[in-house]
Design a protein around this ligand. Structure first.
Ligand code: FEO
Length: 402
């Protein structure tokens, strides 16, 4: 069976991974993923855009054979991570005349990771072009989405933008293009939160670089293609440029119910004062959901008991993760309980040096909270609500943003 067609002579030849449930031994994939690769035929030359994860290289090869591709001149490598580059050695062996086209940085990484010989590379500069005859590839550097070597490729005559991980989503689907924008929003936001959010400033610059291109289709290396590019462009614009919303994320662990009592009280108090709350029990949390909540949140409230005189290890894990994801939080605080003392709060603050937040005074309770402790929680909720007054309330993506 022949692959679908994006344009005459432009085909998706990658692989859908319906069953993968974890990426980078960290990121949950509730809806699977795909490793998108594209074949572009010009009147004189043929280019393959990215490859696939090595576990699916047989699928890529099968698709190329179904299209009866006897010769590949160029393999454009946007990004050296192995889910897109891992099948390069197989492609180079099957097509001995093929050269890898990539940035100088990417070349070094591909040699480091895959031991590809120097003479199989052509490096390209920012905005450099490569003719396929009647089609032209233009390479645009988009560093740090999400590694330093990343770039995208604009197929000028067709107004197609191949973007590697940029704008991707972990979503296994048989649809070539986005069909359900609600589902695409969820998958793309999860992807952004877990992969792209730490590089918001770089993404701002990269979005600016793409501003003057007329784009009919965005073809990322994960998930369905966007034939309504403004959908994903506006979402990214909002995620990287907009102020956070009036959202407080409460992430907590409770061993004997005391911290949970405080968390429940805090959630209620904040809600009554008009702050949107997203509450997560860290014992069973889907970290993708937590990361997504942090995309728009202004405040992080950590609820922790004291274990062995310090933070609960699951809270420490969440703090390290939040620190790595660098969300646009403005405020952070903690609530929780202890039996005889400890350094849980100091430890927590030391784990989040990347967060440019104002730390609000925590509410820590010895044993079960008493009336004065609930008053302190009320005061903390009032302080958060006051600070959120200037922030917008969260709204539906389909009404306000796209
Ligand atoms: Fe999809 Fe960064 O690899």
């Amino acid at each position: 069976m022949k692959p679908m067609t994006i344009r005459p002579g432009v085909y998706p030849v990658g692989a859908v991974d319906w069953d993968r449930r974890l990426f980078d031994a960290l990121v949950p994939l509730p809806d699977g993923t795909s490793y998108n690769s594209y074949l572009v035929q010009g009147s004189e030359k043929t280019a393959l855009i990215d490859t696939v994860d090595p576990s699916k290289q047989g699928v890529l090869l099968e698709h190329l054979k179904e299209l009866d591709i006897k010769n590949i001149d160029y393999v454009v490598s946007h990004h050296a991570e192995q889910d897109h580059s891992g099948a390069l050695p197989m492609v180079l062996a099957e097509y001995p005349g093929a050269k890898i086209v990539c940035s100088q940085k990417c070349k070094g990484m591909l040699i480091d990771h895959l031991m590809i010989p120097e003479d199989r590379f052509i490096t390209v500069a920012d905005y450099e072009t490569l003719s396929l005859g009647n089609r032209t590839l233009e390479f645009i550097y988009t560093p740090w989405v999400h590694w330093p070597e990343t770039m995208v490729t604009y197929l000028r005559e067709d107004k197609l933008l191949f973007t590697g991980d940029f704008f991707g989503s972990h979503l296994a689907t048989s649809d070539l293009y986005v069909v359900d924008e609600g589902q695409a929003y969820e998958s793309a936001k999860r992807y952004f939160a877990e992969i792209m959010m730490p590089f918001r400033t770089n993404i701002q610059r990269n979005l600016d670089k793409l501003r003057n291109y007329t784009i009919d289709v965005i073809a990322p290396s994960h998930g369905p293609l966007y034939n309504r590019p403004e959908f994903i462009l506006k979402l990214y614009h909002s995620w990287v440029f907009d102020e956070p919303d009036s959202v407080a994320v409460i992430a907590y662990v409770s061993m004997h119910g005391t911290t949970q009592k405080m968390v429940e009280y805090m959630t209620e108090a904040l809600s009554q004062k008009g702050v949107c709350v997203k509450q997560f029990d860290l014992v069973e949390v889907d970290i993708g959901k937590l990361a997504m909540a942090l995309v728009d949140a202004a405040t992080l409230v950590v609820g922790t008991p004291t274990v062995l005189a310090g933070l609960h290890p699951k809270v420490a894990y969440a703090a390290i993760l939040a620190n790595a994801l660098r969300p646009k939080l403005k405020f952070a605080t903690a609530i929780g309980s202890y039996g005889w003392g400890g350094k849980a709060i100091e430890q927590q603050q030391s784990l989040v040096p990347n967060l440019s937040v104002e730390f609000l005074a925590p509410v820590l309770v010895k044993g079960f909270p008493r009336e004065a402790d609930f008053v302190a929680l009320d005061n903390l909720a009032s302080l958060i609500a006051e600070k959120h007054k200037v922030l917008p309330m969260p709204s539906s993506w389909h009404i306000s943003r796209v």
